[in-house]
Design a protein around this ligand. Structure first.
Ligand SMILES: Nc1nc2c(ncn2[C@@H]2O[C@H](COP(=O)(O)OP(=O)(O)OP(=O)(O)O)[C@@H](O)[C@H]2O)c(=O)[nH]1
Ligand SMILES: Nc1nc2c(ncn2[C@@H]2O[C@H](COP(=O)(O)OP(=O)(O)OP(=O)(O)O)[C@@H](O)[C@H]2O)c(=O)[nH]1
Length: 435
């Protein structure tokens, strides 16, 4: 069951401020100048032990006349498509505007759960003014101040209740989350645009602004998942240090919030130190990984160089080398769909659960063939193996003297697991425990 809350409302009502408060982070970069937050922001929030995702639909570049109304309509429809509950934010200082009326009309027709939130009710004197928002015809209204946080508790109770009404069970069932990570300019946006086959982003030439990370549901060709685009810095103009900082933070979180990361590497530059760092970050977070060598159209395409590049990459990412490496071109669309198929396979591999009997059959034989070297004249006996009930693959081998097992032997066991079962693209943990 997904719990996605989308925040909608016209510019400057305080969506970003509220989003930040709910996610207690700097997901959206708030700016006094209206429209600085870009596209959809996405974060996690928690209320009374219930975790849910928050999307901030703010971020309009154009804000005049018809064009703007078209923009807000698009965002509201997006929210209707992607969210379970919609938080419709209005501003007590301005009262009901024409645009509020237009949004309310769409929301009423959508049949979605809507929580009307009257923002900027910074003090009780403003509560009477808020009553007019009952006129939107969307039921109960909640008066809050995003700035001080007052009123947000009652509002969140309502949000959680609304989630409960949208789905019967409490079972967490989320779509696969894929993310596209890599250095600036490696082709992340091009890759996603090729994949989605449509221009989903608001492109801007404004100097020094950023795109926040973007989540898009992909439901085509038998696949259904969410693809995450790491915040990429716009190429033009000066970029402030702190914006750069948040952009890095966001790419870390992007990795953390995904199941499988597509790590784009620039074919013309090869796997550089920074790429290896990102790779290691993915592995440390126990996420699935696929390496996509992009811009392959710019490189000689004979079989020899593919093998050469592949070998170089595997050398750099050792010891975890059981990773798919695919040569793609986001520009010419070469193997982009293949990359997707492989990524989905990695997602499945990450959920692989091996029967204990099968596991013991294979590994105890491997142990017999090559037992752990004895230490100080003591024999190490491995008795049985089991896969732990953890969200990512982990194995426990029970032995009499687990403390004497060394790294090379762990690697031997890991390699045996990989030889016999498909964990390609998935970091696995091997533990030795006392028995
Ligand atoms: N008084 C008061 N001001 C607020 C409150 N919440 C937000 N603001 C102010 O309203 C302005 C707009 O806030 P944002 O959060 O950027 O609004 P937004 O809806 O995300 O705007 P866009 O990014 O243009 O869509 C900022 O100057 C905030 O400081 C509040 O609860 N009370
Ligand atoms: N030849 C070639 N050029 C590509 C390919 N993919 C992307 N490019 C070009 O590389 C440049 C950067 O592409 P983007 O998609 O903006 O890269 P990005 O990783 O999203 O960049 P940031 O937003 O800075 O993080 C653009 O000029 C693209 O046209 C490719 O497969 N082949």
């Amino acid at each position: 069951m997904s719990r996605i809350l989308a925040i909608v409302g016209r510019p400057n009502v305080g969506k970003s401020t509220l989003f930040n408060r709910l996610t207690e982070s700097r997901e959206a970069i708030v700016d006094e100048v209206s429209g600085v937050t870009r596209d959809r922001n996405y974060g996690k929030s928690e209320w009374n032990g219930k975790v849910f995702s928050v999307i901030d639909t703010g971020g309009y570049v154009v804000n005049s006349g018809d064009v703007f109304e078209a923009e807000i309509n698009k965002q509201v429809h997006l929210a209707i498509d992607e969210a379970d509950v919609i938080l419709f934010v209005v501003d007590v200082e301005l009262g009901i505007t024409d645009l509020d009326d237009a949004v309310a009309a769409i929301l009423r027709r959508s049949g979605k759960k809507v929580v009307v939130t009257v923002n900027k009710v910074d003090n009780n004197q403003r509560i009477p003014d808020a009553q007019e928002f009952y006129g939107l015809g969307l039921g109960e209204i909640f008066c809050i101040s995003s700035m001080t946080g007052s009123g947000t508790g009652d509002m969140l109770d309502q949000v959680i209740n609304s989630f409960a009404e949208t789905s019967g069970s409490d079972e967490e069932h989320e779509l696969p989350y894929l993310s596209v990570v890599g250095r600036p300019n490696v082709g992340k946006s091009s890759f996603i645009n090729t994949l989605l086959g449509e221009e989903r982003y608001i492109v801007t030439d404004i100097a020094g602004t950023t795109r926040d990370s973007i989540h898009t549901r992909y439901n085509k060709f038998g696949h259904d998942f969410v693809i995450i685009d790491t915040a990429g810095l716009r190429k033009k103009g000066k970029v402030h240090d702190d914006i750069e900082f948040y952009s890095v933070l966001r790419s870390v979180r992007t990795i953390e919030s995904s199941d499988v990361c597509l790590l784009l590497v620039d074919a013309t530059r090869g796997m550089e130190a920074q790429d290896v760092n990102v790779f290691n970050l993915i592995v440390r977070n126990k996420k699935g990984v696929v390496i996509l060598v992009n811009k392959w159209d710019l490189i000689e395409k004979d079989g020899y160089s593919t093998r050469q590049v592949e070998a170089e990459i595997r050398e750099r990412i050792a010891p975890f080398t059981d990773v798919p490496i695919i040569f793609i071109s986001a520009k010419t669309k070469q193997r982009v769909h293949k990359a997707l198929d492989i990524a989905m396979q990695v997602f499945k591999n990450r959920k692989n659960r091996i029967k204990t009997s099968k596991l013991n059959e294979v590994l105890l034989e491997a142990v017999e063939t090559y037992p752990p070297p004895s230490v100080k004249g003591k024999y190490i006996k491995i008795k049985y193996v089991t896969q732990l009930p953890s969200p990512t693959p982990a194995f426990a081998l029970f032995a009499n003297l687990p403390q004497y097992i060394r790294e090379p032997y762990k690697r031997y066991i890991e390699n045996k697991i990989r030889e016999n079962f498909d964990f390609t693209g998935v970091p696995i943990q091997v533990y030795f425990r006392q028995k």
